[in-house]
Design a protein around this ligand. Structure first.
Ligand SMILES: *[C@@H]1O[C@H](CO)[C@@H](O)[C@H](O)[C@H]1NC(C)=O
Ligand SMILES: *[C@@H]1O[C@H](CO)[C@@H](O)[C@H](O)[C@H]1NC(C)=O
Ligand SMILES: *[C@@H]1O[C@H](CO)[C@@H](O)[C@H](O)[C@H]1NC(C)=O
Ligand SMILES: *[C@@H]1O[C@H](CO)[C@@H](O)[C@H](O)[C@H]1NC(C)=O
Ligand SMILES: *[C@@H]1O[C@H](CO)[C@@H](O)[C@H](O)[C@H]1NC(C)=O
Ligand SMILES: *[C@@H]1O[C@H](CO)[C@@H](O)[C@H](O)[C@H]1NC(C)=O
Ligand SMILES: *[C@@H]1O[C@H](CO)[C@@H](O)[C@H](O)[C@H]1NC(C)=O
Length: 495
């Protein structure tokens, strides 16, 4: 371990020496997207300047010496694209962007306290500002976006945030946090709660000020304040001289350590990743949709009764394709239930009860607030839309998702009052008259009519509890002959 540690020191020292060969950007230098749009590092490996973003430009750092120019840092990444007529001007207070007509647009780099004197794009990928004693007063390595490079550290309480897409480097849905407790954790950007962590390094007892480090040989590890390695992720003791590395949290939420050969035309190769299931990143698919794997690729899918908000952008999520307006509790005719297995969701239950699956289903069907139930281990957790964070789980960790869907059953509704009236003469063996040409199971119909009559008793204490109703409908218990609901009938006659 000591040998490795010494080696690390030597590598870092040698990068410091390399810095001396760098191009020197002097005060009053400027860039514009139209003319000289970037500054190169001395070897030409890295560039800082304007790159294309949508119909305008962004200011950032990218790898220039390879065919697949790769952006590794962007200034003010969430700002709208810059127009073509801007200038980046370097002055003692930092780097500012001016437009020809409107003057100061944005401050890209704010020199802290001290006056800047020169700047340099280093061969390490670090863009730095110096003061007049050639000391670094600002460096891009201190403000990582979605990537760290060899020699760069992710310090305690700092994070990497994914980009929106391969070409849009604004803040995306996922983050990697080097937590103050020493644990390195991946979360959805908008909701970094412990229960939403989808990967962690299991080093939460490693102490304060642990940092994530990547070196020039692709070794990735956590260091504590004593300078000792807390955990190694990749490249144990290996020396490689042929490749460049980067650690990036992808727009798909997966953290990957990439290498690239010095052969320009080659592509990035993923050397290491902590996540093998590409549905693991929580929130990859939008509201009311869930992630499944198709040939190892994540695919966003709508549950039954739902359709994509935008067919062209399935990642935006799904919406219900029927209306629940006018839902009347206990109206069994307009809704049915569908089940999905092995899909996990965020649990936002407004009610949770212990029950059998059959009772759970019935409970949801009779409850207008209930859009979906997450059922697992006899726990019936009723949910309202939107559902979030849906994804396929290995094994049966996800339990059963029971979804209320709209059904179109013609004819049914208009018979309902007839059944109620007719059933009084038993809802006298005149059942046949009720159903006419519809094919029904006689026993079932009689049960339903009887249960119906029990349920409309004026005297509420006579009405059976819902659990009993279910058992009655199933035929599990005997249904006694119901008393005649006299007042009900008279009220119907008045109308
Ligand atoms: C910014 O730089 C451009 C190009 O060198 C120059 O024309 C312009 O006057 C500068 N603007 C300011 C405010 O210094
Ligand atoms: C440059 O920065 C270093 C380190 O912060 C500081 O010690 C030094 O005094 C600065 N030089 C000037 C001229 O401000
Ligand atoms: C940059 O150039 C200026 C003169 O143009 C010089 O005084 C300064 O020392 C140089 N800085 C570095 C870091 O080489
Ligand atoms: C750093 O890690 C080493 C090895 O795990 C441990 O012995 C040491 O106490 C740690 N230092 C701190 C400050 O936690
Ligand atoms: C690494 O590359 C340098 C020059 O590019 C070469 O001199 C050195 O021998 C190489 N080392 C290894 C271990 O390949
Ligand atoms: C709703 O979607 C389901 C598929 O999930 C489909 O069978 C049904 O016909 C759709 N209903 C409407 C009204 O589009
Ligand atoms: C559901 O149960 C969990 C414990 O299993 C509890 O923490 C939560 O508050 C309950 N939610 C509701 C709405 O009752």
């Amino acid at each position: 371990m000591v040998a490795i540690f010494l080696f690390l020191l030597i590598t870092q020292f040698s990068t410091t020496i390399a810095q001396e060969r760098n191009l020197n950007i002097s005060l009053a230098s400027s860039l514009s997207p139209k003319k000289n749009s970037y500054w190169l590092s001395s070897s030409g490996q890295f560039a800082v300047g304007f790159y294309k973003k949508d119909n305008g430009f962004a200011l950032g750092i990218w790898m220039e010496a390879i065919q697949q120019k790769t952006v590794i840092w962007t200034a003010n990444r969430d700002d709208p694209p810059l127009p073509q007529d801007v200038n980046l001007n370097f002055s003692s207070d930092g780097m500012n962007i001016f437009t020809q007509n409107q003057g100061l647009q944005t401050t890209v780099i704010n020199a802290p306290q001290q006056s800047a004197f020169s700047a340099s794009m280093l061969d390490t990928g670090n863009f730095v500002l110096y003061n007049s004693s050639s000391m670094i007063i600002w460096q891009s390595f201190d403000f990582p976006t979605d990537t760290i490079l060899p020699g760069q550290r992710l310090l305690a309480n700092k994070n990497l945030v994914s980009s929106i897409s391969e070409t849009n480097h604004a803040s995306g849905k996922f983050q990697l946090i080097m937590q103050g407790d020493g644990n390195l954790v991946q979360y959805p950007t908008s909701n970094p709660k412990p229960e939403n962590a989808y990967w962690n390094s299991e080093t939460s007892t490693a102490g304060e000020k642990v940092s994530l480090n990547l070196d020039g040989n692709g070794r990735l590890y956590l260091l504590n304040t004593t300078g000792l390695i807390v955990k190694r992720f990749h490249g144990i003791g290996r020396l490689s001289n042929k490749t460049v590395y980067r650690l990036t949290i992808g727009f798909d939420g997966i953290l990957r350590l990439y290498s690239h050969s010095l052969n320009q035309g080659d592509d990035w190769v993923s050397e290491w990743s902590p996540t093998s299931n590409r549905c693991d990143p929580i929130g990859l698919c939008g509201p009311n949709s869930y992630c499944t794997l198709l040939d190892q690729e994540p695919v966003c899918t709508c549950p039954p009764g739902f359709g994509f908000i935008d067919q062209e952008q399935k990642i935006l999520g799904c919406k219900r394709n029927f209306s629940t307006d006018g839902c009347i509790s206990q109206n069994r005719d307009t809704f049915a239930l569908r089940e999905l297995e092995r899909i996990a969701w965020e649990d936002n239950a407004y009610s949770n009860i212990t029950s059998s699956k059959a009772d759970c289903r019935e409970d949801c069907l009779m409850d207008c607030n209930c859009d979906v139930v997450l059922f697992k281990d006899q726990l019936c957790r009723k949910q309202m839309l939107p559902l979030r964070y849906g994804r396929m789980q290995d094994g049966d960790q996800g339990g059963t998702t029971i979804i209320k869907v709209g059904v179109i059953r013609k004819e049914r509704k208009k018979h309902l009052p007839i059944i109620l009236f007719g059933s009084v003469t038993i809802l006298a063996g005149e059942l046949d008259k009720l159903v006419k040409d519809e094919e029904v199971e006689r026993n079932k119909l009689e049960r339903m009519v009887r249960v119906g009559l029990w349920c409309i008793q004026d005297e509420s204490s006579l009405r059976p509890p819902i659990k009993k109703v279910v058992l009655m409908l199933e035929g599990t218990v005997e249904i006694p002959a119901p008393p005649s609901p006299a007042s009900f009938l008279s009220s119907m006659e008045v109308n």
